[in-house]
Ligand binder design. Structure first.
Ligand SMILES: Cc1cc2nc3c(=O)[nH]c(=O)nc-3n(C[C@H](O)[C@H](O)[C@H](O)COP(=O)(O)OP(=O)(O)OC[C@H]3O[C@@H](n4cnc5c(N)ncnc54)[C@H](O)[C@@H]3O)c2cc1C
Length: 410
């Protein structure tokens, strides 16, 4: 059975894309952002998300200037300011043993250098912001995608209940374990990094003063590091720690860990950090996975987006940023009246794949340098931090305008 979603029919290969109907598998950050940008461009969209309800899972996310810029275009900047925390004090790297500051950057320079501030938010708040920019009737919960079928006239997203949704384009925004990825490239499991992430939200009144400041603080130590920053208008402190995972290989936003195991990982570190860990309530724990970059993201009327295309380890805090950049570029390409759907998607891939691959590769590269054992290499790294200006190094990342890049490519 085909469900057309409003009775729209898919159009032939030769038709231009500017009135296309776009079917999106996955209602995470990337899928909702795609729906928001495509709706804003006047295209008809539907989002098919496997979970039956949006729940408050996950924890904090850094919203870097390249992502803030795009949220502003969706009219969401004021609401971001309501739910997020602007990193006013800055970005600090500290030594594990005594909290000595290795490097500190005033992030007020972020706006001066890149035109936007850096914010931190709860993941659920970012999802809600994006959802508010999508017509409510476009979002369908409890619908799991299982595959696609396409021909010259259109494409059908198949659902687990045996129905299918017809459109002119399907976007696979179904995350790191994407089913639709198998229709674009050789299927295979993600790469296991050997690390796991622990996440918790600590009530601000149970956190040490150091962790309540509007700063993103990274504590570097042998084999592991821990990051914290305030979220939810400062009511909570988000803590995320990266440690060796041993034989733990569960990858799920909902997998749980034990506070005492997390505390044992950081035994002997600076007491301000161990105090913060002690205040943690519920702890999420999951294995960190990524994949090697792929050159091809599209097959005819199907395109991958976000983690389905380029899952990355979170050491540049850019997975969500790259997913939203994909979404913005996709809408520019798909609203070009001169192109067919496959041409528009090919253009999307041409503009997005080099950029996302660069971020994906750079993210993997950070694992080694953040986890050096104490010794000559660590001393060289720390000395470099002292004379460094990472914000200047990251100009390529934060100044980028995904819509502008897609328009230029067009
Ligand atoms: C520890 C950690 C810290 C991070 N920190 C940051 C950060 O600070 N800043 C940042 O920008 N990024 C960060 N990220 C990355 C970011 O969370 C992801 O890159 C981002 O969520 C990707 O969005 P997505 O929509 O592609 O995938 P997801 O958010 O995973 O969404 C995929 C959606 O598809 C649905 N789905 C899956 N399969 C199907 C199916 N078959 N049918 C229908 N629906 C389906 C899922 O239920 C889900 O809702 C972090 C990640 C981790 C693990």
């Amino acid at each position: 059975m085909l469900t057309g979603g409003g009775g729209a029919t898919a159009r032939g290969q030769g038709a231009d894309v500017s009135a296309a109907r776009v079917v999106i598998a996955g209602g995470g950050i990337g899928g909702l952002a795609a729906a928001a940008f495509l709706s804003r461009a006047g295209l008809e969209v539907s989002v098919h998300e496997q979970t039956a309800e949006f729940r408050e899972i996950g924890a904090g996310l850094v919203v870097a200037p390249n992502l803030v810029r795009l949220l502003r275009r969706l009219g969401l900047a004021a609401r971001l300011a309501d739910v997020g925390v602007r990193l006013e004090v800055g970005w600090e790297f500290r030594r594990w043993q005594d909290g000595r500051v290795l490097f500190a950057q005033q992030l007020e320079r972020s706006a001066e250098m890149y035109g936007e501030d850096t914010w931190v938010v709860h993941r659920a708040d970012l999802l809600e912001l994006l959802r508010s920019a999508v017509p409510a009737e476009a979002v369908h919960l409890g619908q799991r995608a299982t595959g696609v079928e396409q021909d010259d006239d259109g494409i059908r997203l198949q659902l687990a209940d045996g129905t299918a949704v017809e459109g002119d384009a399907v976007i696979g925004a179904d995350g790191i374990h994407s089913v639709l990825r198998g229709a674009v490239t050789t299927p295979g499991p993600p790469r296991y990094s050997g690390l796991c992430a622990w996440r918790s939200l600590v009530p601000a009144d149970a956190a040490p003063e150091l962790a309540r400041r509007p700063a993103q603080t990274l504590w570097l130590g042998p084999g592991r590091h821990l990051v914290h920053y305030p979220v939810s208008s400062g009511r909570l402190v988000n803590l995320v720690a990266f440690t060796p995972a041993g034989d733990f290989d569960v990858e799920s936003w909902e997998s749980r860990g034990r506070v005492e195991d997390l505390a044992a990982e950081f035994a002997g570190w600076d007491p301000r950090l161990t105090d913060l860990v002690a205040g943690a309530g519920e702890v999420g724990r999951w294995a960190l996975l990524d994949r090697d970059p792929i050159p091809t993201w599209t097959a005819g009327r199907l395109a991958l987006l976000g983690d389905a295309a380029h899952p990355m380890v979170p050491f540049f805090a850019q997975g969500a940023g790259q997913a939203v950049e994909d979404a913005a570029a996709l809408a520019v390409c798909l609203s070009d009246p001169g192109a067919t759907v496959p041409e528009a998607l090919a253009r999307y891939q041409a503009v997005r794949a080099p950029r996302a691959t660069r971020v994906q590769t750079a993210s993997r590269g950070r694992q080694g340098s953040h986890h050096l054992p104490d010794g000559p290499e660590q001393q060289t790294r720390d000395a470099a931090f002292a004379g460094d200006d990472p914000l200047a190094h990251n100009e390529w990342l934060y100044s980028y305008d995904a819509e502008e890049a897609a328009r230029t490519a067009r």
